[in-house]
Ligand binder design. Structure first.
Ligand SMILES: Nc1ncnc2c1ncn2[C@@H]1O[C@H](COP(=O)(O)OP(=O)(O)OP(=O)(O)O)[C@@H](O)[C@H]1O
Length: 707
């Protein structure tokens, strides 16, 4: 059966098992095709056991669950109260003057009201009626009633007046000043209020409420039909409509609408016209955030419309600014999404790339992982800020290497660091290879291995801000690019993390081998597709992940790719200079306590030449003569000197006893001690101090004393 003459009613009846009479339409002769296959197979429909997928709505809105969301609401309320107090506070003299001006009228009104009450004025019309009706008996009764009222009320009024006069005299002549003035102020205010003209307000309004309308489906449909996408424009003319898989709901400080666009229209097309959508919804651009949900299908659009412009939102506080430490093997806080929900990111097992045009908050963003690494006492941090403004100078307090400047000297320091990083990667790879499977099941650094002092597998985070200065350097650029690519590819699993930030993401300034292999990408505002894809990854732009849509006002706002399954829009936490210094001081204290403050932070000169990373225990294992259980120290010292003359060469000139003592002292901090080892030399047994291979292996596994 072809699509055109498919009988839905018949098929539905058949699917429902109804045996109703169904009229069959004979297919047009022209369409008869012996080999035709039914497009909609009722049998297959019936047999298909569709998997059930529950979509559960959250029990509580996301902002209630997020500390930052809640804090944002409370702060907004607090600020409103403070603003109102300030607004009315400065107008108090004006309000006082108004009350004073109205108080004579108020006095007249109060006196008049009391007079009318005391003289029983309200009974006057009834008494007049009795006179007019010549009803003398009723009149006499009313007059008696009036006389009783007047006597009683008159007495009360006179007593009240005397009381007030007495109080006035006391306040005027005997009372303490504050009481007298308060009473005067209160009386004038009360009389002023009594005399206030009905059409004149005492206070002017501090906050004129602009009532935002909730987001409704007709509003969204109308807006979508006006953004210039043919299939959406056709909705208004009766074309295929959009579908609503979920009701429009409150989400954080905004509305969230989930929309299935007409068949063949993608969310990316709408994202591309975000400005037009904002105009059609009559909301500021920073309030309108369309996103795709490509894991469902490319036509699924999630439209979030905030109450306030993200660019106007207050700077986001960093939860670790006031206290706390970080475990780099768990995510650390980075900022909030447009809904106010906290966003976290990982630093372990993933390298970072941050990019944007100048002045959008790149360095502020780099601060966060650098500070987070600082707050993990195990981590070693190296910082190279190649702009020379000292934006990351806080890290000097705990970084083992630090350089700030755009001159060859600083650029070379970064290159040397990369060389050392490659050597460090090799060393770590060798150590990890040598570790037993149960200690290192996945051939990568685990939190336990990173915490073991002495193994040298601690997290090593190296940040290079304005890395384009290094990669585009005529002399060092090529080597740096090769090294960075190797480190990015190999270091991840070994706990060596590279954090690169650039304001010029093109292929000369950011080697493609590096940009293609980075796991976490953050892109603040960029101007074009090429830069966007350089930072966020190939096809990001095509898939609607476009940092080009951020405006000049969106400082600190970025697309984050790689931290979660989907790309996220994030407003980064804001840590200013003094706050960064305070956090860095905490990072330094953590290292002092752990005994790992070293390098630049400890006042040591930063390595200017590539000093290969090494460890005496690893070196001993490397030079150990094959098949020997016990080896003399003297033999080992000679072999070590051959392996690393620059380190152990100083021992070669020593006498045998001195050599033995030097090695004994060098291994002692790691719990390894020498013992007597007998060897037959020229037919005689010679006893000297030496090491045992089993002891060495044990010491390598659980050694202490280093980082
Ligand atoms: N998360 C943020 N929230 C609010 N404002 C921010 C945020 N991050 C940065 N800014 C603002 O943006 C300005 C520029 O930031 P930053 O110096 O990090 O820019 P940059 O991209 O590194 O610039 P350049 O490339 O010139 O160094 C800062 O002075 C700050 O006021």
């Amino acid at each position: 059966m072809t699509i055109e003459n498919f009988d839905w009613k018949a098929a539905e009846a058949e699917l429902n098992g109804d045996r109703a009479e169904v009229e069959t339409i004979a297919p047009d002769e022209d369409y008869i095709d012996a080999a035709a296959v039914p497009v909609d197979d009722a049998e297959a429909h019936r047999a298909w056991n569709a998997p059930e997928a529950d979509r559960r709505a959250p029990i509580l809105p996301a902002w209630v669950l997020s500390r930052s969301g809640l804090a944002a609401e409370l702060t907004r309320f607090g600020k409103l109260v403070a603003y109102r107090c300030a607004y009315h506070g400065v107008r108090l003299p004006l309000y006082g003057a108004r009350l004073a001006a109205w108080s004579p009228v108020g006095t007249a009104r109060v006196v008049g009201a009391v007079w009318r009450w005391a003289s029983d004025a309200e009974g006057r019309p009834i008494r007049s009626d009795a006179v007019t009706a010549h009803d003398y008996a009723a009149y006499q009764g009313l007059v008696r009633l009036r006389d009783r009222h007047v006597r009683f009320r008159g007495a009360l009024t006179i007593t009240g007046a005397l009381g007030l006069t007495g109080a006035g005299l006391y306040l005027g002549f005997g009372a303490p000043d504050p009481l007298a003035w308060s009473a005067l102020g209160g009386t004038v205010a009360a009389l002023g209020l009594a005399g206030k003209p009905a059409d004149k307000p005492l206070v002017t309004r501090a906050v004129v409420k602009v009532k935002l309308r909730p987001l409704t489906s007709p509003m969204v449909e109308k807006a979508l039909s006006r953004i210039g996408i043919a299939a959406l424009t056709a909705i208004a003319k009766g074309g295929e409509g959009i579908h609503w898989p979920e009701p429009i709901s409150r989400d954080g400080s905004g509305w969230r609408a989930v929309i299935d666009l007409p068949a063949g229209t993608t969310a990316v097309e709408v994202i591309d016209r975000r400005d037009k959508l904002a105009a059609a919804l009559a909301r500021p651009l920073g309030c309108v955030w369309p996103e795709g949900q490509s894991d469902v299908h490319p036509g699924r659009l999630v439209l979030w419309v905030g109450d306030t412009d993200l660019a106007d939102a207050k700077a986001v506080a960093w939860p670790l600014a006031k206290g706390g430490t970080v475990d780099l093997f768990a995510p650390f806080p980075l900022g909030v999404d447009p809904r106010g929900k906290a966003v976290t990111a990982d630093l372990m097992y993933t390298n970072w790339l941050v990019g944007s045009i100048p002045g959008m908050g790149k360095t502020f963003l780099v601060k966060l992982p650098v500070l987070a690494a600082g707050l993990d006492a195990r981590a070693e941090v190296q910082v190279f800020e190649l702009k020379g403004t000292g934006d990351l100078a806080f890290a000097e307090q705990y970084a083992t290497r630090y350089a700030s400047g755009a001159d060859d000297e600083e650029i070379e320091a970064a290159l040397i660091a990369l060389r050392d990083l490659r050597a460090e990667c090799k060393r770590r790879a060798r150590i990890i290879k040598g570790l037993p499977r149960d200690l290192c099941p996945e051939n990568k650094v685990t939190p336990e291995l990173a915490s073991r002092k002495g193994l040298g597998l601690h997290p090593l985070v190296v940040a290079i801000d304005e890395c384009q200065e290094l990669f585009s350097h005529p002399e060092y650029g090529k080597e740096a690019a090769e090294l960075a690519e190797k480190v990015v590819k190999l270091g991840r699993a070994l706990g060596v993390i590279l954090l690169l930030a650039t304001q010029r993401p093109d292929k000369d300034s950011l080697p493609t081998g590096v940009s293609a292999n980075v796991g976490t990408r953050a892109c603040l505002r960029v101007m074009g597709q090429v830069e966007n894809d350089m930072i966020l990854g190939t096809s990001a732009y095509k898939n609607g992940i476009r940092a080009t849509m951020f405006t000049k006002r969106d400082r600190g706002v970025f697309y984050l790719v790689g931290a979660a399954d989907a790309a996220l829009i994030v407003k980064g936490a804001f840590v200013d200079g003094p706050a960064a210094d305070r956090i860095a001081a905490r990072a330094r204290a953590l290292r002092i306590e752990r005994g790992t403050l070293a390098g630049h932070a400890a006042g040591e000169a930063t390595a200017t030449a590539a000093a290969p990373a090494h460890h005496v225990l690893d070196d001993l294992a490397a030079v150990w003569p094959g098949g020997e259980a016990n080896v003399w120290n003297t033999v080992l010292v000679d072999r070590l000197a051959e392996l690393r003359p620059e380190v152990y060469g100083q021992w070669t000139g020593l006498a045998d006893t001195a050599k033995t003592e030097a090695l004994t002292a060098a291994v002692k901090p790691y719990g390894l001690s020498t013992k007597g080892v007998g060897r037959r030399v020229g037919g005689e047994v010679v006893n000297r101090r030496g090491l045992n291979r089993g002891d060495l292996d044990k010491a390598r596994e659980g050694r202490t004393g280093g980082r």
